[in-house]
Design a protein around this ligand. Structure first.
Ligand code: AMP
Length: 445
């Protein structure tokens, strides 16, 4: 099967070719024709299955082929996401797919000034990606009207409820036109999600695909706590101790990639790097040499590694944790494929504790920590667990405090869209509120 046989138009096919997508993933193969046919969708699909293109491609096609031009302060399609990071990521993908289309796209989320967002919305946008709280703010301030909305996408609906957005979703539901297409994506289908779907969807097509990238039990994952300044030394130590042969290493920044590659090459280790500053041809060459084992260690940023077709690998190392928690799943999904076993090791310093916590919350697991002798960190990495809590050991008392203090918990800082969490929540601990969707008759289109 190809994207052309799914009925996608030429400008989309051209964008996909540039991105190197050759074959539709299972969720894309099922979702694209259904969305093009105007159906509502209830899809069980996790990050890593290609779900974003599954809804974005047909959505872009429908908006190009049908409907009036977008009016001022309006949106023709709305994609709701639980966090600002996901909103940014989804928006980046949508913009890539739309690169040859005459459509406008934009992302809005809390935690940043609302004024530029209001300005941008003045002319209207075809596709708006938003987190729930900020969307409601913009609507209440008359910066956004939703009467032209033809499609609503709820992305990661389960996480939206986990983060306590059920009330916001109920409010948004009341703001929407009754006649619309609704696409709901969720990794899990709890009673709350089914209730939400029952209220919002009309005769939906159900799609379920097994996740491609979710940490299979075949991937052994663990964390080595270490001080930031000793990460490179620890990496070389572990590499030699474990006699690693082929390792894909992820670093956070382009400079980080270059610095590590220089260090490794300086020690006579066969390493190369790929990042966004390098031309595509150079990246491809580095990748080819890595695949053919001419290069032993390939250091990459997330952006550079995304979409690259890297076959199954024995080992992935997170030299830095990813800024977006979902990228952790993409990264470790490079190993342990097709029933093979793999290892995914993260070198984590104290600064990265919130990222670790967000990853554990997303993957609903507490990662095992293994201290490496002689590399025990001076700056302790606070305890974390899958609930999203970061527990700091109480410090030795210095001076008596007059205010604040207490509370071993910390919120997830930048990791969750704090601007979008209901003000009553003291921290961004996942909360499961009683959904408000189980009352009243279901509205028909
Ligand atoms: P998603 O599940 O939407 O977050 O996508 C996971 C990753 O797979 C992203 O990096 C996409 O760019 C990539 N991707 C999505 N669809 C395809 C495809 N058909 N072929 C190759 N890569 C894809």
């Amino acid at each position: 099967m190809t994207f052309a046989t799914l009925g996608l138009i030429e400008p989309l096919l051209r964008a996909l070719e540039t991105l190197g997508y050759q074959t539709p993933t299972p969720v894309q193969a099922r979702a694209i024709p259904a969305v093009l046919a105007g159906r509502d969708l209830m899809a069980a699909a996790q990050t890593g299955t290609g779900k974003t293109a599954g809804f974005a491609l047909p959505l872009l096609q429908l908006l190009t082929m049908e409907g009036p031009k977008v009016a001022a302060n309006s949106a023709r399609a709305l994609i709701l996401c639980p966090t600002r990071e996901l909103a940014e990521q989804v928006h980046a993908s949508v913009a890539e797919y739309a690169q040859h289309l005459p459509l406008t796209t934009y992302a809005v989320y809390g935690g940043v000034s609302i004024n530029p967002q209001m300005m941008k919305l003045r002319k209207g946008v075809d596709i708006l990606v938003a987190t729930p709280g900020r969307l409601i703010d913009l609507f209440r301030q008359n910066a956004l009207k939703l009467n032209q909305l033809q499609t609503l996408v709820l992305d990661e609906a389960d996480r939206m409820l986990d983060l306590g957005f059920s009330e916001e979703l109920a409010n948004i539901y009341r703001m929407l036109p009754k006649k619309r297409q609704t696409l709901l994506f969720s990794a899990t289908f709890s009673d709350e999600i089914r209730s939400l779907a029952g209220q919002m969807l009309n005769d939906p097509l159900s799609i379920e695909v097994s996740p491609r990238n979710v940490a299979a039990n075949t991937v052994k994952q663990w964390v080595v706590p270490v001080d930031k300044k000793r990460k490179a030394e620890l990496f070389v130590h572990l590499m030699r101790k474990g006699r690693w042969k082929q390792v894909l290493v992820f670093a956070k920044t382009r400079n980080g990639v270059d610095a590590l590659v220089d260090k490794l090459q300086g020690l006579g280790i066969n390493a190369d790097g790929i990042h966004g500053d390098k031309p595509q041809a150079t990246r491809q060459r580095a990748l080819d040499r890595f695949k053919s084992s001419e290069v032993q260690i390939l250091v990459a940023t997330d952006v550079a590694a995304r979409g690259l077709d890297i076959e199954d690998l024995p080992m992935v190392v997170n030299f830095d944790l990813p800024i977006v928690a979902e990228d952790y799943i993409h990264r470790i999904g490079r190993t342990g494929r097709a029933g093979n076993t793999g290892e995914a090791i993260s070198l984590v310093c104290a600064d990265e504790v919130n990222m670790l916590s967000a990853i554990e919350m997303l993957t609903r697991q507490t990662l095992t920590r293994k201290m490496e002798p002689d590399f025990e960190p001076e700056h302790r990495v606070p305890d974390t667990d899958a609930s999203g809590q970061v527990v700091k050991k109480p410090k030795k008392p210095k001076k008596p405090k007059t205010s604040g203090g207490g509370g071993g918990k910390r919120n997830l800082g930048k990791w969750v869209d704090s601007g979008d969490v209901a003000p009553a929540e003291p921290s961004i601990k996942p909360v499961r509120k009683v959904p408000v969707f189980n009352t009243g008759p279901r509205k028909k289109k």
